[in-house]
Design a protein around this ligand. Structure first.
Ligand code: GDP
Length: 211
């Protein structure tokens, strides 16, 4: 998949700040430090796409990015084009933070995930080296109740020997009671799993809601 363009749209905390619904959306969430910015940058093929979400103050906001993609034909030419919007949700796992902060975070995420008509898929990133944590399991259990495609991306897989990676993905799926195909191994460092994830996201984004 070739990324033709990747642009920051806006940041928001509540519905009145969201951009008007446009292209199909895929939201990304995970514990702080799980590798979400690195994953978004690897997908976009940009070093700085998610930098905007790192700037102080923006880490607790919902950040929207518009991307245009082109499939590559066998001969290396430009194939079908796709447009989709990536939505970077603020990281969770501020376990030590004040209760009110956690509730604000939860409200912000819930409002977006439950009410966004153009949202097609939710990607929950878990640390592939560390394995899923309690907060990941909670997020995923709740995410499964939503009418969205749910994917788990196991990050930082380069920390594991190649021979152990497939087995780790299987284990994570079992720990989270998910079908194996819902979990994808990924490494921003080695750019491992990037194309696989793109294919899954484009497929999920193109499923039009009916009725
Ligand atoms: P975020 O807080 O979820 O946005 O996480 P970042 O993308 O900023 O990454 C957090 C830390 O994990 C940084 O020190 C990164 O260098 C490291 N990291 C992110 N992705 C990978 C990866 O694929 N492999 C390895 N080994 N480290 C990674």
């Amino acid at each position: 998949m070739n990324v033709l363009s990747a642009d920051f749209v806006t940041s928001a905390t509540e519905p009145k700040g969201y951009p008007p619904p446009g292209e199909p959306e895929v939201a990304f969430c995970g514990r702080s430090n799980v590798g979400k910015s690195s994953c978004l940058n690897a997908l976009a093929g940009r070093h700085s796409l998610a930098r905007v979400s790192r700037t102080p103050g923006r880490t607790r906001l919902i950040n929207f990015f518009d991307l245009r993609l082109a499939e590559q034909t066998r001969s290396g030419g430009r194939g079908r084009e796709h447009a989709l919007r990536l939505v970077d949700l603020p990281g969770y796992g501020y376990a030590a933070g004040p209760r009110s902060e956690k509730e604000t975070w939860r409200d912000m995420i819930e409002r977006f995930l439950v009410g966004r008509e153009t949202l097609r898929a939710l990607v929950v990133l878990v640390d592939g080296d560390l394995g899923p944590q309690e907060s990941d399991a909670q997020m995923i259990a709740w995410g499964r109740t939503l009418p969205l495609k749910l994917f788990v991306v196991a990050t930082k897989m380069d920390k594991l020997a190649r021979t152990r990676r497939a087995q780790r993905v299987e284990r994570i799926a079992a720990q989270l009671a998910l079908p194996q195909e819902a979990v994808l191994g990924f490494s921003a460092k080695e750019r491992f799993g990037v194309d696989d994830l793109w294919r899954r996201l484009v497929e999920a984004a193109e499923i039009r809601s009916v009725g």
